[in-house]
Ligand binder design. Structure first.
Ligand SMILES: NC(=O)c1ccc[n+]([C@@H]2O[C@H](COP(=O)([O-])OP(=O)(O)OC[C@H]3O[C@@H](n4cnc5c(N)ncnc54)[C@H](O)[C@@H]3O)[C@@H](O)[C@H]2O)c1
Length: 384
C-alpha cells in the first residue's frame, strides 16, 4: 500500500513512521526542504534509540527508514491509496492543498485530514469527490499513542469509512468512530479535567498542588490537571478550550478561564517556557500539597463526576458509542478507567446526585446533568 503524508511537522513525521512501520510505502511531502531534513534526522535518531533498547533490529529500522521518501513535489502522491494531511490548522490552506491533490491522485485514493479543530465536512466540501474524504485524528506522539479517532464527514461513503478504519486498525492502532462534532471525543470529553480543576483553584477550594495530588494519588490519573496543562502548554490548551466553547455555540459547559488566559498572556506557557502554574527553574520552590483525604475525595469526586457527565452527554447526542467513548479516553489521554465504566462502578444515581448538588450550589449551566445519566440512573441501569 502506498501512503502519502502531507506536512512533516510533529504529527506528519509521526504518522509517516507509523505507516512505514506497518510496511506501507510512504511519501512524506512538505513545502519546506529544511523541515524534511529535520524530519528525516529525527526519525534516524528515534530508530537508533529503538535499536539500542532492543525493540527493533538493525534491519527493520533500516527498512522503516527506507520505506519513507521525502519530497517537495506534490506530484509524488501519484499512485497513493491513502493520503493523510497534517499541515497548518487553516481551512483555506488545507482546501488549496486538497484541491491540488485531487488532480494528482486516482479516483479511488482516500483523502484524510488529521485536523484537531476544523470540521471534516467543511474540508470535504472543497473536493470534486467529497465522498472520498474522512478525518483520521492521531494523538501526539503518534507512534506511541494508540488512539486514532475516525471521523466520517457528512459526505463520506460507507465504503471509505470501512476501508479507512480497516487500514488504521491494521497499523495496530485503536480506532473509534466519531460523528463530525467539535473536539471529536477526546478534546470534548476531557474539558472538565482542566476547567473544573481551575474553577476549584480560582475559588480557593484547594491549591493546584493539592488538586494534582488528589487526582493522581486518589483518582489514579497519571498526571494532575495543572501538571498536564503545564505540559501541553497554556497557549495550546486555552485555544482548544476556546475553540470548543465557540464551536458549541457558547455552551457554558465549555467556558474557558481567565486564569489560563492570563498565564498565556504573561508567557507563562508551562514547561516549554520554564514557568506555568509550577516554576521549572532550577532550585525553584513549588507549593507542597495538603494531603487531606477528605478534601482529596471531594476534588476527585467532583472532577470525575463532571467528566462522566460529559462522556454521558457525548453518548446522549450519539457522537460515539459507549464502548468507543471509553476506549478513546483510555487510549487517547491514558485515563485510568473508561468514564462510562467508572460511572457504572460508582452507581449512576450517585453520579446524578453529585451533579445535582453542584447545580443547586451554583445554578450554572455547566452543572446540568445529562438526560441520559438521569434517565438510566432512575432505572438503576448501567451504561455498558
Ligand atoms: N500537535 C499536536 O499535538 C496535534 C495533535 C493532533 C492533531 N494535530 C493536527 O495536525 C496538524 C499538524 O499539526 P502539527 O503540530 O504537526 O504542525 P507542525 O507545525 O509541527 O507541522 C506542520 C508542517 O506542515 C508544513 N506545511 C505548512 N503548510 C504547508 C503546505 N501548504 N503544504 C505542505 N506543507 C505545509 C510545515 O512546513 C510544517 O512542517 C494540524 O491540523 C493539527 O491540528 C496536531
Amino acid at each position: 500500500m502506498k501512503v502519502g503524508v502531507i506536512g512533516c511537522g510533529t504529527m506528519g513525521s509521526g504518522i509517516a513512521q507509523v505507516a512505514s512501520t506497518a510496511n506501507c510505502q510512504v511519501v512524506l511531502y512538505d513545502l519546506s526542504e529544511d523541515a524534511l531534513v529535520k524530519s528525516e534526522n529525527s526519525l534516524a535518531k528515534v530508530m537508533g534509540r529503538l535499536v539500542e533498547k532492543g525493540r527493533l533490529t538493525d534491519e527493520s529500522a533500516l527498512a522503516i527508514k527506507n520505506r519513507i521518501t521525502y519530497s517537495t513535489a506534490l506530484d509524488d502522491m501519484k499512485g497513493a491509496n491513502l493520503v493523510i494531511e497534517a499541515i497548518v490548522e487553516n481551512l483555506e490552506v488545507k482546501h488549496k492543498v486538497f484541491q491540488s491533490l485531487e488532480a494528482i491522485v486516482s479516483d479511488e485514493c482516500i483523502l484524510a485530514s488529521n485536523t484537531s479543530s476544523l470540521s471534516i465536512t467543511s474540508l470535504a466540501a472543497c473536493l470534486q469527490k467529497p465522498e472520498r474524504f474522512i478525518g483520521v485524528h492521531f494523538f501526539n506522539p503518534a507512534p506511541l499513542m494508540k488512539l486514532v479517532e475516525i471521523i466520517p464527514a457528512v459526505q463520506t461513503s460507507a465504503e471509505v469509512l470501512q476501508k479507512t478504519q480497516e487500514t488504521i486498525d491494521s497499523w495496530k492502532k485503536v480506532t473509534v468512530k466519531v460523528k463530525d462534532t467539535p473536539g471529536f471525543i477526546v478534546n470534548k470529553v476531557a474539558r472538565p479535567f482542566y476547567s473544573e480543576a481551575i474553577k476549584m483553584y480560582e475559588e480557593g477550594t484547594a491549591d493546584f498542588a493539592t488538586i494534582d495530588w488528589a487526582m493522581k494519588e486518589i483518582g489514579g490519573f497519571r498526571m494532575g490537571p495543572f501538571e498536564l496543562m503545564d505540559f501541553i502548554g497554556h497557549d495550546v490548551n486555552y485555544v482548544v478550550t476556546e475553540t470548543v466553547f465557540k464551536a458549541f455555540y457558547y455552551d457554558g459547559r465549555y467556558k474557558p478561564s481567565f486564569t489560563q488566559k492570563r498565564l498565556s498572556e504573561a508567557g507563562y506557557l508551562g514547561r516549554k517556557s520554564g514557568r506555568g502554574f509550577y516554576n521549572y527553574a532550577e532550585g525553584a520552590i513549588n507549593p507542597e500539597p495538603t494531603t487531606d483525604p477528605v478534601l482529596g475525595d471531594y476534588i476527585v469526586d467532583r472532577i470525575v463526576a463532571m467528566l462522566i457527565n460529559e462522556a454521558a452527554d457525548t453518548l446522549h447526542v450519539n457522537i460515539a458509542s459507549a464502548k468507543d467513548i471509553d476506549l478513546a479516553m483510555q487510549n487517547g489521554v491514558n485515563y485510568p478507567k473508561g468514564l462510562l465504566a467508572w460511572a457504572d462502578e460508582k452507581g449512576l444515581p450517585y453520579c446524578v446526585s453529585v451533579m445535582d448538588e453542584l447545580f443547586d450550589e451554583y445554578h450554572e449551566e455547566r452543572y446540568r446533568c445529562s438526560p441520559i445519566l438521569r434517565k438510566l440512573g432512575k432505572n438503576n441501569a448501567t451504561f455498558l
